[in-house]
Write a protein that binds this ligand. Structure first.
Ligand SMILES: Nc1ncnc2c1ncn2[C@@H]1O[C@H](COP(=O)(O)OP(=O)(O)OP(=O)(O)O)[C@@H](O)[C@H]1O
Length: 806
C-alpha cells in the first residue's frame, strides 16, 4: 500500500499540472471566443439606432458591464446613446451636450472597451490618455474611471502635479490609462526617460473647447506631437466649437458630430431656473451678504473673478459670521487643500463656497441649490459652465447673476444669443442691509484685511479693464471710489494698466506646471517658487508666498505700493490679474505721487554713498540701522578725503601737485598695488574675524547646552537672565487676525487651519498587504481588488490605481 501510495503520490503531480494547463488553455479559448463574439456584435451595431436605451443594449465587455451595474448606471443619457455606439465602432467624435448630461461616461466606456478589445496588458504601456483642464476635474474623472473600471485589470494613474516630477515618473511606465492636465503630461513626455506614448490608442479631451483655447494651446500642440497619428480621438464639452483649425491641430479623422441638444430651446438644463439682479458695483457685497443670509439652509457656490476677490470676500464674510459654513477655493491654494475643500463641499448639505472659475467646468458637486455669479463671467460660455454646477442630471437648481447697471444690456444680449432663458428679480427692500460700515471698521482694525481688500479692488478693476467684450464691461461707467468704500477701504487704491494685455489670455494662462521647464516642477510641489536670478527674498516674501494663507503680515502691507503692484503680479497669479508685490522700492521706481504716498509709511535713508537707498519700512530694517555690518552694503566703497585749510573735504588727488603725483609712478600700477596691499590686509583681518565668529558660536552653543541641562535638572532657565534669548522679539505678525472670531469655528465646519485629523490605516498600508498582493498577483487577471476603505487623498487614489495593476 505504502509503495503504491507513494507511487500514486508521485503520479499525482504531473496529472495535476497537466490538468491546470488544460484549464488555462480552455479558459484562453473561451476568452478568445468571447472576444470574437464581442467584435462581431460591435460590427453589427447600428450607431444610429434609436433602440439603444440601456447599457445592456450595447456590445460591452463583461468587466465594463459589471462595473456599470455595480455603479448603478442602467439607462443611457442622450449623449451617451449618441456617442458610445459611434465611439465603439472606432470613430473620432466631437461631442456637445448640456452640463450634467453624462459626458464623462460617454468617453470612459469607450476607453475601457477599446483597450479590452485590444487585449491590452501592462506590457503594452500607455493605451489611453484623458486630458482635463483642471486638476479637480481630472481627479473626478479618475474616480469615475475607478468605479466603472473596477473589474478590469488595467492600471490607471493621475498626472496632475502636486508632487515631484520624479515621484510621478516612477509610476508612469506601468500605466495603461492616464488622466492628466496638459502641462504636466507634456513635462513627462519631454523629460521622463523610458516613458512614451507611441502605442496610444485613444486620446480624450474633456472640456475640449477650453483645452484648445488660448493658454493651453501651445502645451496641447506640443503634447500632440508626442502622440501617434493613428489613434482615435474623442472631444467633449457643453460648449463645443467646431473650429476646423482645432480639428486639424488634433488630426481628427472625419469626426462624427454628436450634438444632442442643438435643437433644444435652451443651452442650459431645463430644470435650471435662472435669474439676474441688477445691483450697482458699490452695493454688490451688501446684496451678496443679504442673499447668503436669506439662504442659510442651502448649498451655494459663489463665483468671483479672481483669487484675490475670493480671499477678501471669504475672509471678510467669515468675520461677519453669516451663520452658514463658508469655504473658499482658488488656483493658488495647495493641491491637497484644494482636494480637501472640494471633498468637504461635496459632502456638505449646507455650505457656501466662494470660488474662481477653477470649479466652473465639469465638477459634479451633488445637490447644489444655488449658483451665484457675483462677478459677471467673461462670456456666455463661462456663464453656461458656471450655472451648470447646479441642476445636474435630472435634479433641480437655481442660478442668479449680479449685474452692474452698465453690464445689464450687454450681458443680457450675449445670453439671449446663446438661448439662455433668464428672468429679472429684485431684492426685497426690507432684506437689504448694508455691511459697508462693518467692513470699514474691520479694515480699520485689521490692516491684513484692508490689504486683502486693496488687492481685491485692484484685481477686480483691472479684470474689468482688460475684458475683451467692451459692450458688456464698460470700465468708465464704474464708480470706483464707491466700490473701494464698499469694500471698507479708507481710500481708492491707485491702479496702472499695461497696454496690450488681454483678460482671456491672462485667465487662460496655464497654472503652474504648464511649461515643461524645471521651474514649474518646483511650483507644482507646492513648496517653492522659483527664485528669479538676483532676487532677494525676505521672510515676508516667503510668508506671502505661502499658499493657502488667509492673512498677510501687517509689515508686508507697508512694503506694498498699490500702483506698483501690478507690474509683476502676473508672474505669480493665475487667476486673472497680473499684479505684484514689489519687493523693495527703489527711488527710480516711484513716480512722484507714489513716492509721497509711500514716504508717509516709510523713511528712505539716502545720501549714504551706496547705489540703493535704504528704506526704513519695518522694525527689522530699523534694527538693521544699528548693525554696522548690515549697513556696510549701503555705504558703497570708501573714499579717502583730505581737508583744506578752510575745512572743506577733497579727493586726495585734487590737492596734490601734478608733478609729485606723476613722480610716484603710473596711476594704474599704483592702483593695482594699493588693491593688492589692501587685499592682503583684509585677508589677514578675515582670519581674525573668523576666529572671533567661531568663538561666538561656541559661546552660544555652550549657553544652549547649559540651558538644556538646566531644563533637564528642572531649573527654569529664564530665571537666569543671562541665558534668555535676547534676539527673539516674539512678534507674531498674524496675531491680530488670529484673535478675531471666525464663523463656523468650533463646529469644525469651516476650520481650514485645523490640522487634519489622524486618519485610519488604509487597506494598502496593512502590514500583510505585500504578502496579499503577491498572492493576488498569482491569481488570474481581472480579479476584483477588495478595498476596505474609500480612498480619501490623492495618494490613496494613486495607490489604489497602482493596485489595479494585476
Ligand atoms: N446613465 C446615467 N445614469 C444615471 N446617472 C448618470 C448617468 N450618466 C451620468 N450620470 C450622472 O450625472 C451626473 C453628471 O454627469 P457628468 O459629470 O458626466 O456630466 P457632464 O455632462 O460631464 O457635465 P459637465 O458639462 O458639467 O462636465 C453625474 O453625477 C453622473 O453620475
Amino acid at each position: 500500500m505504502a509503495p503504491n501510495a507513494r507511487h500514486g503520490g508521485r503520479q499525482a503531480k504531473p496529472q495535476q499540472k497537466s490538468g491546470r494547463t488544460d484549464q488555462r488553455q480552455q479558459k484562453r479559448k473561451r476568452d478568445q471566443e468571447d472576444l470574437q463574439k464581442l467584435e462581431e456584435r460591435v460590427n453589427e451595431l447600428d450607431p444610429k439606432s434609436t433602440e439603444t436605451k440601456n447599457f445592456s443594449d450595447l456590445p460591452l465587455s463583461v468587466p465594463t458591464a459589471r462595473g456599470l451595474e455595480a455603479s448603478h448606471f442602467q439607462t443611457l443619457t442622450d449623449v451617451q446613446a449618441g456617442a458610445i455606439p459611434l465611439a465603439l465602432k472606432g470613430n473620432d467624435i466631437l461631442g456637445a451636450a448640456k452640463t450634467g448630461s453624462g459626458k464623462t461616461l460617454a468617453f470612459l466606456v469607450p476607453v475601457l472597451e477599446k483597450l479590452y478589445r485590444a487585449q491590452w496588458t501592462e506590457f503594452d504601456g500607455l493605451g489611453a490618455l484623458i486630458i482635463s483642464p483642471t486638476r479637480e476635474l481630472a481627479v473626478q474623472i479618475f474616480e469615475v474611471l475607478r468605479k466603472i473600471g473596477r473589474h478590469h485589470a488595467f492600471s490607471a494613474g493621475l498626472v496632475i502635479g502636486g508632487k515631484s516630477l520624479k515621484e510621478e515618473a516612477e509610476r508612469l511606465d506601468r500605466m495603461n490609462i492616464l488622466v492628466c492636465t496638459p502641462g504636466r503630461m507634456l513635462q513627462h513626455l519631454d523629460q521622463t526617460a523610458g516613458f512614451d506614448a507611441n502605442n496610444l490608442q485613444l486620446l480624450v479631451l474633456d472640456e475640449a473647447d477650453r483645452i484648445m483655447d488660448m493658454g493651453f494651446s501651445s502645451s496641447v500642440d506640443a503634447l500632440v506631437e508626442h502622440l501617434p497619428k493613428e489613434r482615435q480621438t474623442l472631444m467633449f464639452s457643453a460648449t463645443q466649437s467646431k473650429k476646423v483649425s482645432d480639428l486639424a491641430r488634433l488630426s481628427l479623422n472625419d469626426p462624427e458630430y454628436v450634438s444632442v441638444h442643438e435643437a433644444a430651446v435652451s443651452a442650459t438644463p431645463v430644470n435650471l431656473q435662472q435669474h439676474y439682479i441688477v445691483t450697482p458695483l458699490t452695493e454688490k457685497l451688501d446684496t451678496l451678504y443679504g442673499f447668503i443670509k436669506a439662504n442659510l439652509k442651502s448649498k451655494i457656490i459663489v463665483f468671483l473673478s479672481s483669487g484675490k476677490q475670493v480671499r477678501f470676500v471669504y475672509e471678510s464674510f467669515r468675520h461677519l459670521q453669516p451663520g452658514i459654513p463658508l469655504l473658499h477655493l482658488h488656483g493658488r491654494q495647495k493641491q491637497m487643500a484644494r482636494l480637501e475643500i472640494t471633498s468637504r463641499f461635496t459632502a456638505a448639505k449646507q455650505s457656501c463656497l466662494f470660488a474662481t472659475d477653477v470649479v466652473a467646468r465639469g465638477i459634479d458637486f451633488p445637490a447644489v441649490d444655488w449658483v451665484i455669479q457675483a462677478d459677471c463671467p467673461e462670456d456666455a460660455d463661462t456663464y453656461i459652465h458656471r450655472v451648470g454646477r447646479t441642476a445636474r442630471f435630472e435634479s433641480n437648481g437655481r442660478a442668479v447673476i449680479f449685474l452692474d447697471p452698465s453690464e445689464e444690456t450687454g450681458m443680457l444680449k450675449r445670453l439671449e444669443q446663446k438661448k439662455i432663458p433668464i428672468q429679472k428679480v429684485n431684492v426685497k427692500e426690507k432684506k437689504k442691509k448694508s455691511i459697508k460700515d462693518q467692513l470699514q471698521s474691520m479694515c480699520f482694525q485689521n490692516p491684513d484685511l484692508k490689504y486683502l481688500g486693496q488687492k481685491a479692488f485692484i484685481s477686480y478693476t483691472r479684470s474689468i479693464h482688460l475684458q475683451r467684450d467692451k459692450q458688456v464691461f464698460q470700465f468708465k461707467k464704474l464708480d470706483l471710489d464707491g466700490f473701494a468704500a464698499s469694500l471698507g477701504l479708507p481710500g481708492t487704491p491707485q491702479i496702472k494698466f499695461q497696454k496690450g494685455e488681454d483678460i482671456k489670455r491672462i485667465k487662460n494662462a496655464p497654472r503652474s506646471g504648464m511649461s515643461s521647464g524645471s521651474e514649474s516642477e518646483m511650483e507644482l510641489d507646492g513648496s517653492k517658487k522659483p527664485k528669479k536670478k538676483g532676487e532677494v527674498r525676505t521672510k515676508y516674501d516667503r510668508m506671502f508666498e505661502r499658499t493657502n494663507q488667509d492673512v498677510l503680515s501687517s509689515h508686508y502691507s507697508k512694503l506694498v505700493l498699490d500702483g506698483d503692484e501690478e507690474k509683476k503680479d502676473g508672474d505669480d497669479d493665475d487667476e486673472g490679474d497680473f499684479l505684484s508685490v514689489k519687493r523693495r522700492l527703489n527711488d527710480d521706481d516711484l513716480d512722484e505721487e507714489a513716492k509721497n504716498a509711500f514716504q508717509s509709511s516709510a523713511k528712505i535713508i539716502e545720501g549714504m554713498g551706496g547705489d540703493e537707498p535704504f528704506i526704513v519700512d519695518s522694525k527689522r530694517r530699523e534694527k538693521a540701522l544699528k548693525s554696522k555690518k548690515k549697513m556696510l552694503k549701503f555705504k558703497g566703497n570708501p573714499t579717502k578725503l583730505v581737508y583744506d585749510d578752510d575745512g572743506n573735504s577733497h579727493e586726495v588727488y585734487e590737492l596734490q601737485d601734478e608733478d609729485d603725483f606723476n613722480q610716484e609712478g603710473p596711476a594704474e600700477e599704483l592702483r593695482r598695488k594699493f588693491v593688492e596691499d589692501e587685499t592682503t590686509r583684509v585677508r589677514e583681518a578675515d582670519v581674525d574675524d573668523k576666529q572671533h565668529a567661531k568663538d561666538k558660536r561656541r559661546e552660544k552653543r555652550d549657553k544652549r547646552k547649559a540651558r538644556e541641562a538646566m531644563e533637564i535638572a528642572g531649573i527654569d532657565p529664564d530665571a537666569a537672565p543671562m541665558l534668555a534669548n535676547a534676539e527673539d522679539d516674539g512678534h507674531d505678525p498674524l496675531e491680530f487676525m488670529r484673535s478675531l472670531p471666525m464663523a463656523g469655528q468650533g463646529s469644525g465646519s469651516d476650520s481650514e487651519a485645523e490640522p487634519p485629523k489622524k486618519r485610519a490605516k488604509k487597506w494598502f498600508e496593512d502590514d500583510s498587504d505585500e504578502e496579499r498582493k503577491a498572492k493576488k498577483a498569482k491569481k488570474a487577471r481581472g480579479k476584483v481588488i477588495e478595498v476596505d476603505q474609500e480612498p480619501e487623498t490623492l495618494e490613496d487614489l494613486e495607490a489604489l490605481a497602482a493596485g489595479l495593476l494585476d
